[in-house]
Write a protein that binds this ligand. Structure first.
Ligand SMILES: [Zn+2]
Ligand SMILES: [Zn+2]
Length: 148
């Protein structure tokens, strides 16, 4: 499963409509992004919660759904996780977000769209940004995608 190559343009069909609302891109609805995970286009106003990233990361509904069932385990988790052999674990790193949950959500999508079922060794890293007088933290998450 994890070796599946990404199919960015399956036959060219469906790339002229928004993958969120199904409507076409016209002169009045010209602004769109592509899903950062599968490359399908969507309208600016149909964007998902991942459009709020301080980097411009956008996830379509099917990639969001692929991340939904992924189980995550903190690097501090002391229990035993039985990892299936035969699937090469890969290291994942998210982009930077204003909250940890969104960073973890990106790891889950990255794992899900590649056919993995869990992310182990989840850790968060933070940095600070300044917006005028306002200083805030930004977060990224790292982990190891596995099949369990
Ligand atoms: Zn749309
Ligand atoms: Zn997608």
């Amino acid at each position: 499963m994890p070796d599946k190559t990404s199919d960015r343009n399956p036959g060219g069909r469906g790339d002229d409509v928004c993958c969120v609302c199904g409507k076409e891109f016209s002169i009045f609805r010209w602004k769109w992004f592509s899903c950062s995970f599968c490359g399908k286009p969507m309208h600016f106003f149909c964007d998902s919660p991942y459009g709020d990233s301080i980097t411009s990361l956008h996830a379509c509904p099917s990639c969001l759904a692929a991340g939904n069932h992924i189980r995550t385990y903190s690097a501090n988790y002391m229990g035993k996780v039985f990892v299936k052999s035969g699937y090469r674990p890969i290291e994942l790193e998210s982009n930077w977000y204003k909250d940890k949950e969104t960073a973890l959500g990106e790891l889950k999508i990255l794992a899900g769209v590649s056919g993995y079922t869990a992310v182990l060794e989840v850790k968060y890293i933070y940095d600070t940004r300044r917006d005028g007088n306002y200083i805030y933290k930004i977060w990224a998450a790292t982990g190891v995608a596995c099949v369990i």
